[in-house]
Design a binder for this molecule. Structure first.
Ligand code: TYD
Length: 248
């Protein structure tokens, strides 16, 4: 059995760009993508990464749970449902362990060398899935979050918002049937609705970090919205004159 089925995730999603010297920023930029099931995050991240690479930005595309070899090992335990019988607190601790490894091994080094890091899910997923719908004490979740990220707060978070019934339909279509639903997709519509509300509450509470994207629109429209928001933030943060070609 392949124990770590997606251990090559970083390799697959970060092709070498032969002959190109990508730009790096004075300090990198860390963007996270959040939302419920079937919101189209992964498609949009890939499109954005392609677009940024075409403009010669140095981009690292990664995801949670996972993104580093240690965290990918924990991903399998979490998404298969193997940790579910031990309760939401155990799952929250495992997500945090995976996140800590991912931050220290992959995200922080990339941001420090001036890359743009695009991460499919991050701390807001824990706040929502474990904290709100897992019913874990908020003080415990806050302490855990601080340990896991160790100061590595996203510069920008895009929250993909979609009616959960529609999102679950899309997720089922993507898989081909209900059979392959993971441990979190399987939950009731009411739980998915509570998650949507929780993501929107985070966006309302942290408007300087979060942007809500209407993910019910067609993929090209969503791409347009995402591109405009990200490039505007990047330009505000790191005008073109501060970009340097990465060393070869
Ligand atoms: P994944 O297969 O990566 O798909 P997607 O992001 O497209 O939904 O599934 C990750 C699942 O893990 C998803 O159901 C959300 C859940 N999750 C948490 O419950 N807490 C977390 O902290 C993270 C990062 C993910």
């Amino acid at each position: 059995m392949d124990v770590f089925p997606n251990a090559d995730y970083l390799e697959r999603n970060n092709p070498l760009q032969p002959g190109q010297r990508p730009f790096r920023l004075a300090r990198g930029f860390f963007i996270t993508f959040e939302g419920g099931e079937g919101a189209g995050k992964s498609t949009q991240i890939e499109r954005l990464a392609r677009k940024m690479r075409a403009k010669k930005y140095d981009v690292l595309l990664t995801r949670e749970p996972g993104g580093s070899p240690g965290a990918e090992a924990v991903r399998h335990v979490l998404l298969s449902g193997a940790a579910e019988p031990f309760g939401p607190k155990m799952e929250a601790l495992l997500f945090a362990a995976a996140r800590s490894d991912h931050v220290e091994q992959v995200i922080r080094p990339a941001v420090e060398r001036g890359s743009i890091v695009l991460c499919d899910r991050f701390l807001d997923s824990s706040r929502v899935y474990q904290g709100v719908t897992g019913g874990i004490d908020p003080a415990f979740m806050t302490a855990l979050e601080q340990v896991a990220i160790n100061g590595m707060m996203p510069d920008m978070t895009l929250i993909f918002d979609i009616d959960p019934a529609e999102g679950l339909k899309r997720a089922t279509l993507r898989r081909g049937s209900d059979a392959g639903a993971d441990r979190f997709e399987k939950e009731t519509l009411a739980i998915h609705q509570a998650r949507r509300d929780a993501f929107l509450a985070i966006a309302a509470a942290e408007p300087e970090r979060c942007i809500v994207v209407d993910a019910s629109a067609d993929p090209d429209t969503v791409e347009h919205v995402v591109t405009a928001a990200v490039f505007a933030a990047l330009e505000a943060r790191a005008p073109a004159r501060n970009r340097q070609a990465a060393p070869v």
